[in-house]
Design a binder for this molecule. Sequence first.
Ligand SMILES: [Zn+2]
Length: 207
Amino acid sequence: MTFYRRTDLDDLDPGDGSVNVSGRASRLFEHLGRIARAASVRPTGETAVTPIGCRRRPGRKPCKGRIRVRRLDVPSTVQWECPHCGDSGEIINVRGSEWDLGAARVPLPEDEEGQQEVKVRITEQQYGLLSALPLLMEPESEWIVAKAEPATHGDVRLTGPLDFWELLVWELAAAANHEESRTRQRRLNELCRQLGNAVEAQTGFRV
Ligand SMILES: [Zn+2]
């Protein structure tokens, strides 16, 4: 059995940056928000595979599918589907919302230095760690997470301009400082070091 859901972000978003839902609804909202952000940083009309895992549990086992997204501009819609189990839906009113990380909201750096592209491969577990963080503070950091692509062996590739990486690494260090679980703190610190080292190796800049 498959589902088709139509979600209007305007119905869920109180408009003041806070999200007025809790528990299961909150997790679903986060999931759909992640899908909307992933679509907002990709070209219009193209279907793209994301590393976002499907949330369904057919036969009580987690579905192994990775969500595919397609963004349409007129009307502003994000279509999504899981190629594994067929779960699908669409999200409307993404454009201009806090889930929109497109060029209007997050312009790429203008200077050559800040534009330098850095690519880093991380594990699926590390991507899960990043995705589970509450929204990062800067949309530029979210942009890198939203742009993530699946790589071979279940890994995930993060790509973005140097300026955005600077913010992401800084915010991860802050998130690690505030993390209460020792295990998660150690993993966040490891990820932070790994990303920082990769940025330095590729650009010569220590972030
Ligand atoms: Zn699925």
